[in-house]
Design a protein around this ligand. Sequence first.
Ligand code: G6P
Length: 613
Amino acid sequence: MCGIVGGFRRDGAVVDSLVDGLRVLEYRGYDSAGVAVVDERGLTVRRKAGRLAELEGEIKDGALNGASIGIGHTRWATHGPPTDRNAHPHTDVAGRVALVHNGIIENYLELRDELTAAGVELLSDTDTEVLAHLVGRELADAGDLAEAVRRALVRVEGYYAIAVVARGAEASMVCARHGPPLCVGVTDDAAWLGSDVLAILPHTREVIFLEDGDVAELGPGSVRIVRPDGTAAERAPKTIEWDAEDAGKGGYPHYMLKEIYEQPDVLAQTAFSRLDLDRGDVAFEGDLWDDEFLSRLERVQIAACGTALHAGLVTSYMIERLAGVPVDVDYASEFRYRDPVLVPNTLALAISQSGETADTLAALRLATALGARPATICNSIGSTMVRESESSILIEAGPEIGVASTKAFVAMVVAGYMLAVRTARARGRIDADAGRTLLEELRLVRPRLESLLADDAVERVRGIAERHHDAKGFLFLGRGINYPIALEGALKLKEISYVHAEGYPAGEMKHGPIALIEPGMSTLVVAPHDDVAEKVLSNIEQVKARGGEVICVGSDPDCLAVADEALEVPHTGSWLSPVLNVVPLQLFAYFVALKKGCDIDKPRNLAKSVTVE
Ligand code: G6P
């Protein structure tokens, strides 16, 4: 949802660093890109609709080389179509200030009218441009860029992360945040800012995560932070342990494929160091994971979006059945507007890869305001959700760059499973032996996951995907804890291959979707060998009887035998079958998209992190 970078380096070579930073952040939005630099000649802006490569073409004349200070942006359009004119950075009338923005300025129409009445001609359709003019006007008065930004933001309603540069006697770079993420890092010779720690990591591991309301002035070796009322604030840097290379493609043609292959290791990273097999329990850090709170727990309210929502649904089956605690799962965007009623002793559990999704964050805040205790299952240390939660479970999946989430999903489900076991132990629902058996299953699942990624298994999925890629439509069916896997399989296919796919509870098929079944329609059925396998078998027969083709994914031998195509998944205890069943579905979506020539890591219209409503 827009990526922002900025750099101030003494050696005057900022442009290449900006482009490198934008390349890393392109996953956040990629419909246009731009940079602005300041040097002794003044302020220069270059921006271009399309992918970053278009911008690189624009700046290869070298005219921006030698500048020490610059900001850059990669856009996911909200206000105004993706054109050159709407691309960031935007400048003020005097051409003194350039600004990039991620978020939404909610009162921009009012500010726009005010500027127009004052004779300012607005050149774009964006909400961002008004900010550039506001900062420009304040700068004329204040003389100091940080102070000008602070004053301008007092007028603004909405959510933003911004970075601003200005030409003048004392060149400077300022950034501010209220809502979307922004982090900064300084070394002796340079200062950096970025929407994501990935943009800072090539330069330093010591990263400061700005808080809402912070305005930061950056220079080589220095960061000065002020609050909206002008008082100074100190923020301690956090040390980031993983490497920038962890976010590279590592020889795979796409990030998505690399991330699918990482899943066995991700499972280990999320789980293994937290297993206390002697006690048949899980060791989580955080007050809300203690016996005291979990034994009093009356309800769990999960809120999430997209793939994280599906992980939440799987988690709800686990917590309800293992720990006996009722669980509600809501789309975060629905929860926040449905006037929810929460009972006392509710755990509000936000599930999010990024920890920044606007709807999920708003749902977490609302649940907290309604008296629930806020917690998160999240992949991003330092994210807003983690900071606003009393306790968190960090899933340790490493950076996920492919827009279609894969490894974060598996890690979230594993975290949800461990939380279910911990809660069941805290409430005395299971003893140490039962807990140990459940947790040992996690160790057994890792090699099974690996077997699904062996060459022959992957090639089998590729073959089926290539045979079915042109189907009229796709129906994904699953039951019980694998119903969310059907939803996730359909979502993956839609996201990256742009074909229509629906996920449905298998038993509900007869109430509507069965009308879609005809020759040329492909149905993927998730069929683990469990207590509902027989029911799934009849669903398969119903599809086949109407001429539909069935691809069966699972471990039930009878279902696999009657299907037109079979993708066998190793059997595992029923709780963790979703972790295995999702893998062939991820690969299926990947190979259909590949066959169709789609842009797998940057699917159209989507963004990795949606920090607007
Ligand atoms: C976007 C992404 C999805 C993701 C969802 C929630 O829509 O494209 O892949 O599942 O946001 O993101 P989160 O960071 O909260 O897990």
